[in-house]
Structure formats: structure tokens, C-alpha cells
Design a protein around this ligand. Sequence first.
Ligand code: HAM
Length: 417
Amino acid sequence: MITKPKGTYDLYGTEGKLYSYISALVDEYMVNYNYSKIRTPIFESSELFHRGVGETTDIVTKETYDFQDRGGRSITLRPEGTAGVVRSFIENKMYGNKNDPIKMYYNGTMYRYERPQAGRFRELTQIGAEVFNSDEAATDAEVISLGYYILKDLGLENVVVKLNTLGDLESRKSYTDALVKYLKPKINDLCEDCQRRLETNPLRVLDCKFDAESDILKNVPKISGYLNKESQDRFNKLKDLLTMLDVDYEIDENIVRGLDYYDHDVWEYYLEDGSLALGGGGRYNNLVSTLGGPDIPAVGFAFGIDRIIALLKDRLSEKELETNIDAYIMAVSEEEKLYALKLSQDLRLNNIITEYTTNNLSLKSQFKIADSLNAKFLIILNNEDLQKGLINIKDNATKEETKIDESSIIDYLLSNI
Ligand code: HAM
């Protein structure tokens, strides 16, 4: 038997339904917030992620799926969605009028060669949103609250936004200097990765999963002590706006994010009692120009849909996960079955959720299937009635049975379901 690759899973049944449900809810929100859908390739040239996500990040150094295609090109399966959207934004010159926000969202699989564990996959699905052309704190507040209210609407009531700022380039430079000064004498007590990170990208030391609980990392200088006035004012403004929008947030100075393109505010969505981030995002004002485009500011976030599906699955009751159909058509003879084929199409085209079987099953088996699907109405066909143009219909809750004219079946169901 051929089995699925390590770190992947097959989405079907309850998880499949939850994925559709989440996607549909997000689609609704995106219409209301006036975002349009973007789909970019799953594979891109490797250089995009090296330059975009950052040469020295874990994602690029350890986790990418890289290969040469048959033309000898260096290709990478996307580890995240932002770099591809920015590449497309530049390549298709979507800049628009520089004052108009360009708002896009995506829903797709990403690939990270991580050590598989609960909530951490090698093929993962993200839904993300990106906004270009606005550098206002109000845009960040709007984007953060969009993600927050989607999670709440999904039933994840106790969601909280963990918020931090990395400040502007100047603030980050003085913070990085202070961090290096603090870490240098202690670095031999940290892991090999941290030793390497101190040389290549000191902020990444704060991201270390291995040494996170060490006293050295717990006592590092905090970014808040190194923000210049502009960065501080901007962050304060964002906090006020989030309060106004009723977004539950808390400041967490350990949130530095695992990607290099951020500046100013960064955040992650958590459940109050949860340890895995359900999503994360931030402002990235330099990425468009780093990737060869004009100087255009941007902000965005992405959800980890696999983690959200797992949470919702645990929280929903058996009842909520059940299939519920409007009508089940029962037919035994060949004539009845032909009639059922046509009638099921008519009902379905009228938005009535309908099922029937094409297999040769006894009426008893068909009753069982109808029950397992929680059918509201049973349409029990029989030749004699059909010849008179009549249909037998039974309300499965009250058990009341009536015969109605076949021409009124759709109206009857629509007014009773
Ligand atoms: P990220 O924090 O790397 O950000 O990923 C976003 C979310 O994807 C995480 O919070 C997590 O829920 C989920 N995720 C990440 N890795 C895995 C994994 N191995 N298995 C399951 N779920 C995972 C980004 O990717 C940025 N592009 C977000 C962004 C958009 N920033 C600005 N715009």
C-alpha cells in the first residue's frame, strides 16, 4: 500500500466540511471588507523566498522544499503566501493610484519541511490577507480586527491578539545592537542555532524554540526600551484603535515572528488557553522594494487553517457535525428510480438539499439511510400514485404523511423546510 508522505494528511469527512465552512465564512467577510481573491503559483523561483522571507530565517535555511525542475531552474514550494503575492503585485504592476489601498486574500497550501507534531504539518493550508498602499495605523487596526472577528465568528470566542512592535529601521538597529551586546558574553550557553543566529540575524535568537525557557532569553532587553518617538507614537495609536474596535489584545514582547520582512507592528492570534498560534501577521513596508518594486507599504496576516479545523472539530458536538438534508427520495422499481433521478435534479436545482440512491436497495435500507442523513422529508415514490400524478411525502419529525400533486412538490418543500 502506498501511504501519504510524512507530515501530510488527507482532508475529508468532518474536516472536509469544516474546511468548506471556514472558507465560505472567510469569503463572506472578504466581500464585506472589499478584498479580492488572488491565486499565485504553489512553486516559485527559489530566489523569491531567499530575498523575501529572509536568507537566515529557519524557514529558508531548514524548511523549504527546493528542487531543480527539468529545465535546471531552482524552484521552491512556497512556505508562505506573502512573498508570492508581493511578487505578483510587482510583476502585474497592481500599484493602482498610490493612495488607493489594494486589498487581496488567498486560500491555499504551503510547504515547510518541519518536524511533524500536533498542529505542525509539512503541507499546511493558510488563508491570508494583504493590503498595499497604506501606511496608516488605522489600516493595521482594520486588518488585525478582520482576523480577530473571523475567528470569533467561527466560534473561537476566547481569541486574543498577542501584539508587539519591531519599530522602524532606526529603532530596530539600536535594539539589535543592545541585544548583541547583552548576548555576546553569554552565547556559549545557548544552542548552536542561537550562536549562528547571533552572527547572522540576532533578532532570530528571540525565536529560538529550544532555549525559550532559559534565564538568558527570559531576561533579554525588551524592544520597548529602544523605540524612537515616531515608532512609539505609532504603536500607541494602534493600541488605542484596537481598543476602540473592541479587539482583545495583549502586549507580548517575545513576538518577533519567524520571517524577516516585518517592521512596526507584528501580532499573532491565540486562544487564551492555547499554545499554538492560529495565525500571525504584521506590517512589511520594505518587502515590495526589496523584491524590486516601488516603495510601497503593506500589511497582512495569515491563518493556519489546519489548526483551526482541529480546534473546531474538538469543540463541535456530534449533533453539529451531523449531515442534515431536506428530502430523501425513496424508489424501488425501475420506473420509480427513473422518476427519482429526474425529481432529485429538479429539487436540487431549487436549492432543496436532496439525496436518493441509484443502487438496488430495499425500502427498509432506504429508510435507514434517510434517518442517518436526518432527512426532514421522505418522498416515498410508488408506481400507482405516480401514474395519477401524485407524490407521497412524509414529514419525518411529525410522521405525518400526505399525497400531493407532483406539480406542487417544489413549492410544498420550499414552504416547509
Ligand atoms: P506564519 O506565522 O509563518 O506567517 O504562518 C501563519 C500561520 O500558519 C501560523 O500562525 C500557523 O497557524 C500556521 N502555520 C505555520 N506553519 C505551520 C505548520 N507547519 N503546520 C500547520 N500550521 C502552520 C506567515 O506565513 C506570513 N506570511 C503571514 C503574513 C501575511 N504576514 C503578513 N502577511
